[in-house]
Design a protein. Structure first.
Lengths: 474, 414
């Protein structure tokens, strides 16, 4: 398989002193369980257990120092309850198996039943037994991809098998010191997907984490790196609409995507973590000349989500899109949105956000459109619609714009509304119950985004909205 | 005539203002307690969301405080004085209508983002406007109040109070100007209080000199079924950072906030607004338009807040920026915080961009040169607000002031 040669090592590495303080060379037995909390020793131990090259160990330790030095963000959702020393940062396979089906909250089990999720899949989603037998399908797809030269592996495995291409790109889109949570992820990352699509190759089927479900693709600190080489295309799907039970209270992923000249990447996420989870994710893509990057980002679960998928339009005529959908039920806060940075002329972007808040839920759209001087003929449209279903629910819109170029067309528009009583009355007069009618209106509201999802996700999303509206889900 | 005392502002200097103006004890105490508040409420650090886009480091804090404020030029329509309408310099009003002034002066803390500057002006004002319209009185015609500062380098922190009692109606144009060529600090604060069913149109035409720092805040309190329109035309100054604070406190109240910004050279104009919908059945709309030339920058950060329990409210925020030079910049940020679902209408829109080249092409194909075409298009862009200015005096004055920047000749009144 032809891989590009790394022309330059990761620039972030140059800054690490050679004699770092936390060298770890004791030839002791690997630990099977980790204690709660984080320290340089734990970071180094994670790297050692994984048998990583020296540069990765150093990068992890450097990132850990950034994590320690950076303050918590004071804007956005309330993050005060997070206690970083009360979290397990590395969980081995044996620890995972210890979880029992009986520990899974009732509301999640009920939802699985109502969605008709198969037994084996349920247990996987609930984090009970990490195996789901999709090997047969997976095997065929893998062979097909391999013929085209596509690499699709767990991130840990990719570091071992393709160290050069990995090192060339890892941390180049989201550097270790980007923000506190990205620094934490860089220090303790585990799992995630690595995808490389060679020049001119079009991956026809959406690549889903599903296909390699027996690896740790839904980890707590997963790290995903996607490289679409010139003229290639790929659609990656992460997560699933059904609730995903996790005992860990903090999930902090990092996703880096590089879309080279003329390539096209779509990244679809549906997040439905159980309601105890803080989901703080950094996702960023760079799009080069004539490239197209699309984020389809759905947030249904978690207690708090802060996630703003970003696109840096670095080459002329690059195009970026963010489609964001958020649903916040009781005690949930979905603080989501998108960022587009126009850094080249003739670049275009579109952000569409649809959010729904119900009960005491709160949705916030937070976004940025920035146009650098000289990026003439750039165009951007931001459209945010919010639906507030109950009196105690709340919706916020924070759309930031920084325009430093004259010859551009930049627009933002937002509306906030409730379900119209006339609409409800009409549907109920046709024989629908109030819950059915509300669900139909909500489904209509999010339709522009749902129609962009792969079929099975779209179907499940509609059923889930129906369940939420009936109050049948926790 | 204007005299100035060079002082740093401190408790003693505040006391000397009272000595100098021969003020009653209640006012002396009023100033002292607001001075304490100003000290307890530190100036913005630049980390606050509302202050991230304006750097106060170069604010000329050491200028002499104007002890003798300039004489106001007041045009009061005939019959108004007889109906009991008071329009006067604030110092004069303290002497002639002490009870009225005492009832309304400094009754609220002002906008959170400008709390320090609000307190400072309450403590250190040496001039301002007092306008009071009694219950049920309609002022026919336009009240015009002009403040012409004759120094560019002084510090002046005036307080304007506009009160329309229940069922009263008033149209008032306040103009401020100062000479070019010096770094002055104009820290005017304005409070407009509209009682039940009152109608107020308040326009502020700012033509400060090219070195002036205009750091102001306008608080508008809209009572039950009252209707208030404010218009800010920001033409002059080097740096303008104005806060708009609209409190919809009475059921069924309506407010409309209009803004026209024409900026060039290195002008920096930054507006932050709070539209706070406390009461049910209220309407609050905002429309700010900026035309930006040369290296001018306009920032707008506006928050619409619909409080839990406010039913059937209606609000829209719109901010449009026309960029007329490659080096001009805009940051329009309209924020919504909605705590209830029982809303009639709520939304916002923001745009930034250059003139549509097809419009320019069309105008030129009809025989206009490029400059004339641009002038016409900018004037057309402003029409969205100008068309809502029904008072002829205000429209003419505002268009004449805009002409200096956007270049069109004065228009005939429609």
């Amino acid at each position: 398989m032809a891989l590009p040669n790394p022309t330059s090592p990761n620039p972030a590495l140059g800054q690490i002193p050679d004699s770092y303080r936390y060298g770890w060379s004791d030839p002791e037995q690997p630990r099977t369980t980790f204690e709660k909390g984080i320290s340089a020793e734990i970071v180094a131990e994670i790297s050692r257990i994984k048998g990583e090259p020296d540069w990765m160990t150093k990068l992890r330790l450097k990132a850990y120092r950034h994590f320690e030095a950076r303050p918590m963000p004071t804007w956005g959702a309330d993050l005060a309850p997070i206690d970083f020393q009360d979290i397990y940062y590395y969980v081995t396979g044996t620890d995972k198996a210890a979880q029992s089906w009986d520990d899974v909250p009732d509301y999640i089990r009920r939802t699985y039943d109502k969605l008709g999720i198969p037994e084996a899949e349920k247990k996987y989603l609930a984090g009970v037994g990490g195996q789901y037998d999709s090997e047969v399908i997976y095997h065929n797809i893998r062979e097909d991809l391999e013929k085209q030269g596509v690499i699709f592996l767990g991130t840990d495995e990719a570091l071992k098998k393709y160290p050069e291409i990995f090192r060339e790109h890892f941390g180049t889109v989201i550097p270790a010191n980007d923000n506190k949570l990205a620094a934490l992820n860089t220090a303790v990352w585990s799992g995630g997907s690595f995808i490389y699509v060679p020049k001119g190759v079009h991956v026809e089927l959406p690549l889903q984490a599903y296909f390699r479900i027996n690896t740790e693709n839904m980890g707590q600190f997963e790290r995903t790196l996607i490289i679409a080489d010139e003229g290639s295309s790929v659609h990656y799907v992460e997560g699933c609409t059904a609730p995903t039970y996790s005992t860990a209270s903090l999930h902090s992923a990092v996703v880096e995507i590089i879309v080279k000249k003329g390539a096209r990447v779509r990244y679809t996420t549906i997040q439905n973590w159980s309601h105890n989870v803080y989901n703080l994710v950094t996702k960023r893509a760079v799009a080069h000349e004539d490239a197209v990057m699309e984020w389809v980002d759905g947030n249904l679960g978690s207690k708090v989500t802060m996630k703003y998928p970003s696109i840096y339009l670095l080459g002329e005529r690059a195009h970026g899109e963010v489609l964001s959908i958020a649903f916040a039920g009781d005690d949930q806060h979905q603080d989501a949105g998108g960022k587009i940075i126009h850094a080249a002329p003739n670049t275009t972007s579109l952000i569409t956000s649809k959010s729904i808040s119900k009960g005491t839920g709160r949705t916030s759209y937070r976004g940025l459109v920035k146009v650098y001087p000289g990026c003439e003929k750039s165009k951007s449209t931001v459209r945010c619609d919010a639906l507030i279903l109950d009196e105690e629910a709340r919706s916020d819109t924070y759309p930031y714009m920084e325009i430093d170029e004259e010859d551009v067309t930049i627009g933002h528009e937002a509306t906030v509304s409730k379900v119209g009583s006339e609409q409800l009355f009409y549907l109920m007069s046709r024989g629908l119950s109030e819950a059915e009618a509300s669900a139909m209106i909500v489904n209509g509201f999010i339709e522009p985004i749902v129609k962009e999802l792969p079929m099975e996700y779209a179907v499940e999303m509609n059923r889930l909205i129906q369940l939420q509206m009936e109050g049948a889900v926790g | 005539m204007t005299t100035a005392t060079a002082t740093t502002l401190d408790a003693e200097a505040i006391g000397r203002i009272s000595d100098h103006l021969g003020e009653p004890d209640w006012l002396r105490e009023h100033r002292a307690s607001w001075w304490l508040r100003a000290e307890e409420t530190p100036p913005p650090t630049g980390l606050e969301e509302e202050w991230r886009r304006t750097d106060l480091a170069a604010l000329p804090r050491d200028g002499a405080l104007l002890a003798e404020a300039p004489q106001l030029e007041i045009d009061l329509p005939a019959g108004a004085a007889e109906a009991g309408v008071v329009v006067a310099d604030l110092r004069t009003a303290v002497r002639e209508h002490p009870d009225l002034v005492r009832r309304y002066l400094g009754t609220a803390a002002g906008q959170a983002s400008h709390a320090h500057f609000w307190a400072l002006a309450q403590a250190a004002w040496t001039g301002g406007v007092f306008c009071h319209v009694p219950r049920g009185v309609t002022v026919d015609g336009t009240v015009v109040v002009r403040t012409r500062l004759d120094r560019a380098d002084a510090t002046y922190l005036p307080v304007t109070l506009v009160i329309a009692e229940e069922g009263a109606a008033l149209t008032l144009l306040e103009e401020v100007s100062s000479p070019d060529g010096g770094a002055g600090w104009f820290g005017g604060i304005v409070e407009v209080i509209a009682g039940q069913e009152a109608r107020v149109r308040y326009a502020n035409l700012q033509q400060l000199g090219d070195g002036a720092w205009n750091i102001g805040s306008q608080r508008v309190v809209v009572g039950q079924d009252a209707n208030v329109t404010t218009l800010n035309a920001e033409i002059g100054s080097k740096v303008t950072k104005v806060g708009l604070d609209v409190q919809m406190t009475g059921k069924g109240g309506t407010s409309r906030l209009l803004g026209l910004l024409a900026a060039g050279d290195d002008q920096h104009i930054d507006i932050n607004s709070d539209q706070d919908l406390h009461a049910s059945y209220t309407t609050s709309d905002l429309l700010y338009l900026s035309a930006l030339y040369d290296r001018a920058r306009a920032a707008f950060y506006g928050v619409t807040k619909v409080r839990a329990g406010s039913r059937q409210t209606s609000s829209y925020q719109e901010c449009r920026n026309l960029l007329l030079s490659p080096t001009a910049g805009a940051e329009p940020i309209p924020v919504l915080e909605i705590e209830t679902n029982d809303i009639l209408r709520c939304g916002h829109g923001a745009t930034a961009g250059a003139i549509d080249p097809t419009q320019l092409f069309y105008a030129q194909s009809r025989g206009m040169d490029a400059e004339a075409a641009e002038r016409m298009i900018v004037r057309g862009f402003f029409e969205q607000v100008v068309g809502q200015i029904h008072d002829e005096t205000i429209r003419e004055r505002v268009l004449a002031a805009l002409a200096r920047r956007i270049g069109f000749a004065e228009e005939q009144a429609a």
